[in-house]
Ligand binder design. Structure first.
Ligand code: NAG
Ligand code: NAG
Ligand code: NAG
Ligand code: NAG
Length: 450
């Protein structure tokens, strides 16, 4: 479900060069204001919280930097083991299990040439999860197999996991190991030790989805939030966005407050979609006009098909053909009268529609794409979040929304719209797990005061 590899270079609108200039650097303290009293208020609250809750050391906030990569995802710095072995993880709200390549003889098919591996034998806190360990139920919930004893009277290891991930797959054994994030450590964290994979990005996977094996569940997070910087900073170590776990709620400041929409449950009983964060998308507008999307695409049905999820591990938002065809038609109607469609670019990129702006590149007005959520929250995307030039110096732009040539039925199950990270650039996004809601606001995400 996650991670579309971007196959072509992206170049953004020359109209928007100011994205990285003159920032107030609000990101290390995303809720901080111009008012120093407000910052003091915040630090006092944090201090009071620590004094009042001496045993809840893991509910204090953790701030991490996140970096965009040319493979299409955003990574965060983590480390596993004792002594710690640093390991970058891809921030993925569409996965449950956190997993890392885990042997020097890692077998990886269609993978980047240099993938680092975690080596359990160099860590004195690595333990294989046994088949009687409750963590084993996380990956084999339905198993009724009896655990036999080995010669050393140890119960046998939990059976290997095999999961499909994005366009690839991975298999390995579940480890209990110390996870380290920033200056905090979490002993006995359940992490997948992958031995063999197919099509893996150059990082491990941080499972921020729902479910008992996920990072939010294992760390008892009440909320987490991220702010993803522009993809123009791919592989640039000097500028990063942020990921914040368990952020304290500051005094509501109307100037920079988030707007929220509730998380929804997928009604299907078989539970395969329960890992995802569903939101209620009421309508999509292009240039202020409502796109005629069938209701059954926007709302998950009893068989689990349909509905809208937010997924940081998907690059370009995916839209099922039943919803994509009217969206395409809306853009063609709105832009096509003015600019020629470039079928060559559409063939080359797989994206639709593409338009040739000719001499006018950079000076054109394109219709606004807005997502209107349940509760009234609207995400009015800046144009660089949904159109990109197909290459350096090109005058052709394409809509950065992916769809397949499906037959129009939703019977293949799963969400019909997957809101990807490309569309979330320069948004501060919060997953409030306590109040079961998704919050966001548009802001610059560059944190460059490192
Ligand atoms: C594990 O290794 C660390 C040093 O990396 C050491 O301080 C610690 O005592 C070791 N623990 C055990 C149980 O051997
Ligand atoms: C598991 O063990 C119990 C008790 O020894 C036995 O009754 C049961 O049939 C076994 N189940 C399986 C699936 O082997
Ligand atoms: C999370 O909560 C569970 C149950 O209350 C507890 O056993 C576990 O130690 C907690 N984990 C962390 C990392 O605080
Ligand atoms: C569109 O195509 C026509 C015919 O090929 C051409 O004359 C015209 O200049 C093109 N318009 C733009 C804006 O490129």
């Amino acid at each position: 479900m996650s991670l579309l590899i971007i196959l072509f270079s992206l170049l953004f609108f020359p109209k928007y060069p100011s994205l990285c200039l003159g920032l107030r650097l609000p990101l290390r303290h995303p809720q901080s204001s111009d008012n120093p009293l407000h910052d003091l208020y915040r630090s006092s609250l944090l201090r009071a919280h620590r004094i009042k809750n001496p045993h809840s050391k893991h509910s204090s906030p953790i701030a991490l930097s996140v970096s965009p990569h040319s493979y299409g995802g955003y990574s965060l710095p983590a480390a596993f083991g004792t002594p710690p072995q640093p390991f970058p993880l891809l921030l993925d709200t569409g996965s449950q299990l956190t997993w890392i390549p885990c042997t020097t003889s890692y077998l990886c098919h269609s993978c980047p040439s240099r993938i680092p591996a975690f080596l359990p034998k160099l860590s004195n806190t690595s333990r294989l999860v046994g088949c009687r360990n409750p963590k084993c139920k996380w990956i084999h919930p339905a198993s009724t197999r009896n655990c036999s004893q080995t010669r050393q009277q140890q119960p046998e290891a939990c059976s290997p996991y095999f999961i499909t991930y994005g366009s690839g797959s991975t298999a390995g054994l579940l480890l209990s190991e110390t996870l380290r994030l920033s200056d905090q450590s979490f002993p006995d964290f359940g992490v997948g030790c992958s031995l063999i994979s197919d099509r893996q990005p150059a990082a491990g996977i941080a499972g921020f989805g729902r479910g008992s094996v996920s990072i939010p569940a294992q760390l008892n997070l009440t909320r987490f939030s991220y702010c993803l910087i522009s993809r123009r900073f791919d592989e640039n170590p000097d500028v990063t966005g942020t990921l914040i776990l368990n952020e304290e709620k500051p005094n509501p400041n109307p100037k920079n407050s988030l707007i929220y929409t509730p998380f929804l449950k997928n009604p299907s009983i078989d539970g395969v979609f329960s890992v995802y964060y569903y939101v209620g998308l009421r309508k999509i507008t292009v240039g202020g006009k409502k796109v005629k999307i069938p209701h059954r695409a926007l709302v998950a049905g009893p068989d689990g098909g349909g509905g809208v999820i937010v997924d940081s591990g998907t690059t370009f938002t995916y839209v099922h053909p039943t919803a994509f065809d009217p969206l395409l038609a809306a853009f063609v109607e709105s832009v096509g009268g003015e600019f020629n469609r470039s079928l060559a670019a559409e063939e080359g990129t797989g994206l639709r529609p593409c338009f040739d702006l000719g001499e006018e590149r950079g000076a054109v007005r394109l219709p606004e794409l807005a997502l209107h959520f349940k509760g009234g929250a609207a995400m009015r995307l800046p144009v660089e979040n949904y159109f990109a030039f197909v290459g350096r110096g090109s005058s052709v732009i394409c809509l950065t929304v992916a769809s397949d040539g499906g037959d129009g039925s939703l019977g293949d199950g799963g969400p019909s719209i997957i809101l990807g990270s490309f569309q979330q650039q320069n948004y501060y996004v919060e997953y409030d797990l306590e109040r079961e809601r998704f919050g966001f606001r548009q802001q610059s995400c560059v944190m460059s005061d490192k």
